[in-house]
Design a protein around this ligand. Structure first.
Ligand code: FES
Length: 295
């Protein structure tokens, strides 16, 4: 069992938990995720790691209830426990394997919105610990929805845009100006939840125009998290990839966004899953029996 040490409601729809998981905390790197299951009957829910403390053996997760299982998570208190907490899963962010001195020469910018702002923290923290500067742009509905502002701000320059309605009214908060002399970004990371793939796509369309390399952390529906069920299939550069084992980070300029968005919608219904199974065969679903797609 994996004990919950802290359970906090960040605002009316977003929750944070600190979970005792020493092995995950010891091995995880920025960009990776875990799959958590409440009990025997519970669904397997993938969540990006939002922080980790190797010494304390804890991992922090942030979630928004969007189904029966995550709704149950909202009732959990410190002292309760998850039956399964599997990870770290997926590949670490690319920069973890890059030469530190080369990285220091780069200008890295993170762009995030919604619950996607929370997983930025392990990335900027890692960069900061290695002496690398990074900037973060966060889009939030208002101050209540800025989940990780203080934490991200502690190790990066952060620019927060509050908006009551996307793109209609924005209020800049924090630093006054964004562009500094010679501040052309050389690498952009975007992190988002699946409901805002359109936002990631627009970001990639813009950066493509200026030839700025852009990495996107995809968050598709996942079932087994081991590359077998096919639920998280994405097409990148014309090739089939599985976000759980090949990602979740991919070159944003090579992602087939139309297909990614369509697939998310189709996976929600039995009929849609049946159609995907017909089109994609075994790589759609390997018969894990978890999501009902085989029935
Ligand atoms: Fe990735 Fe099943 S969740 S293949």
């Amino acid at each position: 069992m994996y004990k919950i040490l802290k359970a906090e409601k960040l605002n009316e729809i977003v929750y944070l938990m600190e979970v005792e998981a020493p092995m995950v905390a010891k091995h995880c790197e920025p960009g990776q995720f875990i799959i958590v299951k409440l009990d025997d009957a519970g669904e397997r829910i993938p969540l990006t790691i939002c922080d980790y403390d190797r010494e304390a053996g804890t991992v922090t997760i942030v979630f928004q209830p969007i189904g029966a299982s995550t709704e149950k998570f909202t009732k959990l208190q410190a002292g309760d426990a998850f039956e399964d907490f599997v990870g770290p899963l997926g590949c670490p962010s690319e920069f973890v394997h890059e030469d530190i001195e080369e990285l220091k020469k780069e200008k890295i910018l993170f762009v995030a919105g919604g619950v996607g702002t929370a997983p930025v923290y392990p990335q900027v923290k890692w960069l900061h610990e290695h002496g690398i500067e990074a900037d973060v742009i966060v889009g939030a509905k208002d101050k209540r929805f800025d989940y990780s502002g203080k934490r991200n701000g502690s190790c990066s320059r952060q620019f927060i845009y509050y908006h009551r309605r996307w793109f209609l009214r924005t209020q800049r908060y924090g630093y006054k100006g964004y562009r500094r002399p010679g501040s052309r970004r050389e690498e952009i990371y975007t992190l988002c939840c699946y409901r805002t793939y359109d936002y990631d796509e627009f970001c990639c369309l813009t950066t493509k125009k200026y030839e700025i390399p852009t990495i996107v952390s995809m968050n598709p529906i996942m079932v087994d998290g081991t590359g077998m069920c096919g639920a998280c299939r994405v097409i990148v550069g014309g090739e089939v990839k599985f976000a759980c084992v090949d990602g979740p980070e991919f070159d944003g300029h090579l992602i087939d966004w139309d297909l990614a968005m369509k697939r998310q919608q189709m996976y929600k219904t039995e009929e849609g899953r049946a159609l995907l199974k017909e089109r994609e065969g075994d790589t759609h679903h390997g018969g894990c029996g978890n999501c009902g797609g085989d029935e």
